[in-house]
Design a protein around this ligand. Structure first.
Ligand code: MG
Length: 308
């Protein structure tokens, strides 16, 4: 596919805000016409308003929030390293949804998605209890790093993926039959350990009965750097972070496009009035570029509201 098939004609990368230490966890808030995102080491949440072009501090001392998404009711679901929890922010009031499994505290929830049935799926790597800048020191209380599925109505929490070393970003395919999960366990700064080299790939799992993820396989290794967060568009393409570019992969794992970005990228989200603006959280800055597509989640929600 040509570049023009995925991006708007003449699209150029634009830096819209700066001043962050490590920008992560962007989500578009349609009601506020803003992107909300985390500045993890600075322990604050920022918002960039498309209306005013200004960036404001939404909240401080937030216990190191990371990834976030919108729930079906429009409230924000976010991950907190410091509270080792997945929590809900409704109009500024923050409540914990889940912070333990079988009596053991979670590690440090990193990224989260909501399925169309209202279940909340999140990754639980250990970065937030291992890196002093990103949370509080702690131990792996359940002894591993899983992807979980949480049922808000019943409080049930079940591991769905247990075979990745550091599960990070995640998203569903447009029809929710496939769950994609990034493993970011490679340490680009450290010495390669031949016995445990770590991963930097996006993995795919078949979803059965809306609650089991099976048949895990590597979809694509992402280079340079690693895939942290990513989004899936309406055609099933994956828009992934990496060290130096947003990389777009087909559902088969073929590289379709690279959008060079001058800083290390953590995560992306679709936003803007028509949902076609890709916002890019990259280290000290928030960037954007106009695309020719939108998030599969948006399309699902529009389909659902059209049938209500
Ligand atoms: Mg992440």
């Amino acid at each position: 596919m040509s570049r023009s098939g995925l991006l708007a004609p003449g699209a150029e990368l634009q830096q819209v805000a700066g001043g962050t230490t490590w920008a992560e966890g962007p989500v578009w808030l349609p009601d506020r016409r803003a992107v909300r995102y985390s500045d993890i080491p600075a322990d604050r949440i920022l918002e960039y308003s498309e209306e005013t072009g200004e960036q404001t501090v939404y909240a401080e001392q937030v216990e190191f929030t990371n990834g976030r998404t919108l729930d079906l009711d429009g409230s924000v679901i976010q991950c907190s390293h410091g509270r080792r929890a997945v929590e809900r922010d409704r109009d500024g009031e923050v409540t914990t949804l889940v912070d333990s499994w079988r009596g053991a505290r979670l590690n440090s929830p990193n990224d989260v998605v909501v399925r169309s049935d209202g279940t909340i799926w999140f990754t639980d790597p250990s970065y937030g209890i291992e890196r002093p800048r990103e949370g509080h020191a702690g131990v792996l209380e359940y002894g591993d790093r899983y992807v979980f599925r949480y049922v808000p109505d019943t409080g049930q929490l079940d591991p769905v993926v247990i075979d990745l070393e550091q599960p990070n970003g995640l998203a569903f395919s447009p029809d929710e039959s496939i769950l994609y999960v990034a493993d970011s366990s490679v340490d680009p700064a450290g010495e390669a350990n031949p016995a445990r080299p770590g991963g930097h790939a996006i993995h795919a799992y078949d979803v059965f009965e809306g609650r089991h993820a099976k048949n895990g396989r590597t979809l694509v290794e992402v280079n340079p750097g690693l895939p942290d967060g990513f989004r899936v568009d309406v055609d099933g393409n994956l828009w992934s972070s990496s060290l130096d570019a947003v990389q777009v992969f087909s559902p088969g794992g073929e590289l379709l496009l690279r959008v060079d970005v001058p800083e290390k990228i953590a995560n992306v989200c679709f936003g803007g009035e028509d949902g076609r603006t890709l916002y890019i959280a990259a280290s000290t800055s928030l960037y954007r570029i106009e695309t020719a597509t939108t998030d599969a989640v948006w399309a699902r929600q529009e389909r659902r509201s059209a049938t209500l």
